[in-house]
Design a protein around this ligand. Structure first.
Ligand code: AMP
Length: 628
């Protein structure tokens, strides 16, 4: 059977899988079966042998693992399934996948065994009993010969990456193992290619196997310029954000990931870096899904992080970029994805992230799209800084061209005269002020360091990322002049203190009196430290450390004691102070809003015991820190 990806595929629950497995799939956030899973799972559950032509990355591990797990009798800790893999890395990876899918199968045990690992350790582990063995052929053979591994109860045998085992010279070991396992077992053989030697093994050792192959995509010429970036998983996020910064003609991006969980995780991370972004996945109701698309169309968000299924049919003309953050299962899914850009006669741009082991996809996609995919390297901090400076310069040029600046000429002239500061210095200070939330410099890029640029106060804006809750497009700062200067990015332009960060605001004095509790919208989850809060409040609002009382960190907010009855002006400053990119949005806590759950060292603040006064969701525990 040759199959092609069916983007309308039903969910896992239609494939005949048992509840504990469906639960585990929901836990890991898989939304729909990949094409190879949709095709293989029913065949394997029905007990047929299988010959599958599939590469790594297609989801083939779950395709054989789930049916195999369904047949495990947990009460018998004897090997009921054996999976042979060419390398120890793959053995470990497959064992980990099995453990993950068997999360709701209490007592389940899988054991990887491979050459290079101590025999003593393996013998001990084998003697303890296990349900599934994942191993490399040589070591499995060793154990069979020593009788430390007995396969009398084997129901399922899987040969994973058979062509690799052939290439690495394991084929005779594999045949030997096949001959020493019960004849009535079910056998599944997966291979990226089907050379004759593998077909021969299949003919001799598989019983009327069903053949399943992912159809290679029909060639499609696409009007989208395509690039790829080879990167290790740990660097992907950094690479993504830097690429978004330097990409030309960025308007909006659709980012594809594999799981529902990943849509939310990546959207959160991008949001924390200042992007206006939303997740789109199968958990959203139709109404919410439409809302996300409408917001993308309207420009209130610039990035949508989606799974393939959730983005099905999405047609938004302003999507200039499709980012394949996780590699698609196959070339057809890729072609579907990149079809979401280059709409309405515009040219689109597609970027593909590939881990070194996924590089094989490149040739396949080039063949399928009949286009060269150019290599893209992660932009350096210097390149990002250059781009920020270029965008900033363009903004200034545009403003000079289009805005009436007479009043401001006057202001500058007055400053020059009264303060004896050169216009160049005033301009530099203004540039600093205008870009403080998205500094022109990146860490590690010194090429644009202003002569005596003061470092941004650590507690106020440590990261070189755009502000979290501005509507400004971080990936592509608009070069359009602001409409009406007074309204132009008011929160960014209006300083919360006069002067530069190394010129502290004048310290305020407070008459001795009571402290009140204020709520600020940053907490443990944002990684804030009490000393950062104190530093920011002291530096930005001029409230001395001695006037700042106890600070309590909760998950997403904190409480801080400050003098009671602060003036509106001071509250305004406190509201707008940013710590780690988050505006504090300071406000007085309602009576009873604060609950002291610490072991009592002193009397907790009075509160109305009848009123539910704990506003945090259950389980959110505050963290008590002694302020230093
Ligand atoms: P494999 O081809 O088995 O190596 O799988 C490649 C990657 O795809 C692994 O990271 C899996 O966790 C992931 N994966 C497998 N099946 C699905 C699915 N149905 N939905 C989302 N991700 C999946």
């Amino acid at each position: 059977m040759t199959i092609s990806p069916d983007l309308n595929a039903a969910g896992f629950d239609t494939l005949g899988l048992a509840k504990p497995l469906l639960q585990a799939l929901a836990d890991v956030g898989y939304e729909t079966p990949s094409p190879i899973q949709a095709a293989c799972i029913p065949v394997l559950l029905a007990g047929h042998d299988l010959l599958g032509e599939a590469q790594t990355g297609t989801g083939k591990t779950a395709a054989f693992a789930l049916p195999l797990l369904q047949k495990i009798d947990l009460k018998r800790a004897v090997p009921q399934a054996l999976i042979l893999t060419p390398t120890r890395e793959l053995a470990i990876q497959v064992a980990e996948a099995l453990q993950k899918y068997a999360h709701h199968m209490p007592g389940f045990h899988v054991l990887p065994i491979y050459g290079g690992q101590s025999m003593v350790v393996q013998l001990r582990a084998l003697s303890r009993g296990t349900h599934v063995i994942v191993g490399t052929p040589g070591r499995v053979m060793d154990h069979l010969e020593r009788k430390s591994l007995v396969l009398n109860n084997l129901q399922t045998l899987v040969l994973d990456e058979a062509d690799e085992m052939l290439r690495m010279g394991f084929i005779d070991d594999v045949k030997w193992i096949l001959e020493h396992t019960p004849a009535e077992r079910q056998t599944a053989l997966f291979s990226a290619t089907m050379p004759d030697a593998i077909r021969r093994v299949a003919r001799e050792h598989l019983r009327e196997p069903q053949e399943i192959k992912i159809r290679s995509a029909t060639s499609t010429v696409v009007a989208t310029s395509q690039s790829y970036c080879q990167t290790h998983t740990g660097q992907k996020l950094e690479a993504l954000t830097r690429i978004l910064e330097v990409e030309d003609d960025f308007d909006a991006a659709l980012i594809f990931v594999r799981t529902k969980t990943a849509t939310v995780e990546l959207a959160d991370k991008l949001e924390a870096r200042g992007y206006s972004v939303a997740a789109l996945n199968g958990d959203l109701t139709q109404g919410l899904r439409e809302q996300v698309i409408e917001r993308l169309k309207a420009g209130t968000i610039d990035i949508v992080v989606a799974t393939d299924v959730a983005a099905r049919g999405l047609d938004v003309a302003r999507v200039s970029h499709v980012i394949n953050y996780d590699v698609p299962y196959d070339t057809e899914a890729y072609v579907h994805r990149i079809g979401r850009t280059g709409r309405a006669g515009r040219t689109g741009r597609a970027i593909l992230f590939l881990a070194p082991r996924e590089m094989y996809m490149l040739k396949l996609i080039e063949r399928a799209t009949k286009q060269k995919i150019t290599a893209l390297t992660m932009p350096t901090p210097g390149e990002v800084a250059n781009r920020r400076v270029a965008q900033f310069t363009q903004q200034i040029v545009d403003i000079i061209k289009t805005e009436k600046l007479d009043f401001f000429f006057d202001v500058v002239r007055r400053m020059e005269g009264e303060q004896d500061i050169a216009a160049r210095e005033i301009a530099a200070a203004l540039a600093w002020l205008a870009t403080r939330e998205r500094p022109l410099q990146m860490p590690g890029a010194n090429d644009h360091a202003p002569r005596d640029a003061a470092p941004a106060p650590a507690a106020v804006s440590p990261a070189p990322t755009p502000a979290r809750d501005t509507e400004r497009k971080p990936a592509r700062a608009s070069t359009k002049p602001p409409e009406g200067h007074a309204d132009a990015e008011p929160r960014r332009e209006r300083p919360v203190k006069e002067g530069r960060s190394d010129t502290p605001v004048k310290q305020r004095t407070f008459a001795p009196g009571t402290l009140a509790r204020y709520r600020i919208e940053i907490g443990r989850n944002q990684g804030v430290l009490p000393k950062e809060i104190v530093g920011a409040i002291a530096n930005e609002a001029g409230i001395a450390g001695k006037d700042i009382g106890q600070i309590n960190l909760f998950d997403d907010y904190s409480s801080v004691e400050l003098p009671a009855g602060l003036s509106d002006d001071l509250m305004d400053i406190l509201r707008r102070i940013r710590v780690r990119q988050f505006a504090l949005k300071t406000r007085v806590m309602e009576p009873g809003e604060f609950v002291d759950t610490r072991p009592p060292r002193r009397a907790p603040p009075a509160r109305d015991s009848k009123k539910p006064d704990w506003k945090k969701p259950a389980g959110a525990k505050p963290e008590w820190k002694k302020r230093t």
